[in-house]
Design a protein around this ligand. Structure first.
Ligand code: NAD
Length: 485
């Protein structure tokens, strides 16, 4: 029997007011229907925003321990449910079980981190005249809208919802329509941990309906979005100017292999960056720039590495790469392989649909990992975000050219350098126009307590996600208070 899921609005589980539903299916086997979810509209958003608006002031007035304890409890529940949720994540998004477990286990750590922030939140005092005291008062913003993508459906949502709640805000959450079940599970964990009714609204649905209605709502005080540049730009244009807005968007991330690099090590780093999570990480490696003397050998090594990856259902033993997440992704990635050929590039390996190759893969969105050679810096494969298991490889002649090529895209999210040359590492870290710089590790894979965010089209750079002292800046606002004098 098909399970029908609901929105969570004003403390109640309820269908979309218009009654419509959409299907959630398994990308490894499109015949597998996971469930039906509310295909909500502007009317659901309106009710949800009003309910959150009513609920948050009491939460903000509660003691910091109350907020922290809910998040600590949510962390415990998440740990206890991590394996069950990971299995559902693989079924819904396609990533391998190991990748799914990494993600689901991380949520517990994330909740603990922000539980601590709830307790640590504070302001400053300032040198002032005799008889006067001047201080900063940090308060919640109010109603925070959270709109997230499907590729890390738990992490992207948790790293926004947890700090928002820790600071005393209420949240309206719209998960991606590709991964609604993960949105559901995250909200269940928080509700089971004792979150007050109405404080966190879950509104399922599509970007063009629910997402746009949230963006147009005058009842939200802040909006935090992770997704594509194309959608981020629309949100920025539509939002009211007094709504605080954080946009984390796409990337066209490069790994640079300098002349002193060990080929095996470099190939292992690129493999994780480019083909981990089926190439569907915002920080995934999609360009590889290689010192010319190593170039031919690197192309061969990378092709051999890619051929060694077993593609299949994320639940199967020994599988190194799952399907891409949707039919749209499948078409898009294969289309980029055609573009590569049309541009005169060489598909060294991969880039083929595996549907015909194996009856077990016939109903899923399986594509073999691709290595593309013979691209020019102007080629679309070097400029546009593909968001799939495709890596374009290109030689350079000197370090300056490598740094220029790395920055030669409209994005600026993550970049990595494979070398033991410390002076070049220092020069590169200072020069590059990327928000995340990795050395001898893949472009993807970040710490949950380090600042996260890109430059250029990868972010509106309003505030970093995560990070140190400023981690709660987006979710709070500061008043300067003058006492006496
Ligand atoms: P997307 O932009 O299509 O959708 C993201 C979210 O926005 C979804 O919930 C979607 O329903 C919603 N949405 C769509 N249209 C909308 C509209 N007009 N108004 C409001 N909301 C709308 O992105 P996606 O395909 O889900 O995810 C892939 C993209 O996300 C890639 O570009 C990837 O690089 C990016 N991403 C970035 C980061 C980061 O931290 N920088 C992390 C993960 C993914």
């Amino acid at each position: 029997m098909t399970t029908t899921f609901h929105n969570h609005i004003a403390g109640q589980w309820q269908p979309a007011l218009g009654g419509a539903r959409f299907e959630d299916r398994n990308p490894a086997d499109e015949r597998d229907l996971i469930g039906l979810f509310p295909d909500s509209g502007a009317e659901d958003v309106q009710v949800a925003v009003a309910a959150v608006g009513q609920a948050w002031p009491a939460w903000a007035a509660a003691s910091p321990e109350v907020r922290a304890n809910v998040l600590f409890k949510a962390a415990d529940l998440m740990s206890a449910r991590a394996e069950a949720i990971a299995a559902e994540l693989t079924r819904e998004e396609g990533k391998t079980l190991g990748e799914a477990l990494n993600e689901s286990r991380r949520i517990a750590a994330n909740f603990r981190l922000y539980a601590g922030e709830a307790l640590r939140l504070g302001g400053e005092t300032y040198a002032s005249e005799a008889g006067q005291m001047v201080l900063s008062l940090r308060q919640p913003v109010g109603v925070v809208a959270v709109i997230t993508p499907w590729n890390f459906p738990l992490s992207m949502a948790a790293r926004k919802i947890a700090p928002a709640l820790a600071a005393g805000n209420g949240v309206i959450f719209k998960p991606s329509e590709v991964t609604p079940l993960m949105g559901q599970r995250l909200v269940e964990v928080l509700l089971d941990a004792g979150l007050p009714a109405g404080l966190l609204a879950l509104v399922h649905g599509r970007g063009a309906s629910v997402g746009q209605a949230i963006t147009a709502s005058r009842g939200i005080d802040a909006l935090t979005f992770t997704g594509s540049y194309q959608v981020g730009r629309q949100i920025a244009a539509a939002l009211s100017t007094d709504t605080r807005c954080q946009l984390e968007m796409g990337g066209k991330n490069a790994t640079i292999v300098l002349g002193d690099a060990d080929l095996d090590k470099a190939a292992a780093i690129i493999r994780r960056g480019a083909f981990g999570l089926t190439g569907q990480a915002c920080t995934g490696t999609s360009r590889v720039l290689v010192a010319r003397p190593l170039y031919a050998a690197m192309v061969e090594k990378l092709a051999e590495t890619a051929r060694g990856i077993r593609v299949g259902r994320g639940t199967a033993e020994g599988v190194g790469m799952g399907p891409v997440a949707t039919a749209q992704q499948y078409e898009k990635v294969l289309n980029y392989i055609d573009i590569a050929r049309a541009e005169g590039a060489r598909v060294v390996t991969g880039g083929a649909s595996l549907r015909e190759s194996d009856p077990a893969l016939a109903h899923g969105y399986f594509i073999s990992p691709a290595v593309i050679d013979g691209v020019t810096p102007q080629s679309r494969l070097m400029k546009e975000e593909i968001f799939g298991p495709v890596v374009a490889i290109c030689p350079f002649d000197d370090f300056d050219e490598a740094t220029t090529l790395a920055d030669d895209t409209e994005y600026g999210l993550a970049v990595s350098l494979v070398t033991n040359d410390l002076q070049k590492v220092i020069a590169f870290a200072q020069r590059t126009q990327h928000g995340i710089v990795k050395v001898n590790s893949p472009t993807g894979g970040v710490s949950l307590n380090a600042p996260f965010g890109g430059f250029k089209h990868s972010s509106n750079q309003a505030a970093k996600e995560q990070g140190g002292a400023n981690v709660m800046d987006f979710y709070t606002r500061i008043k300067a208070v003058y006492l006496g004098g």
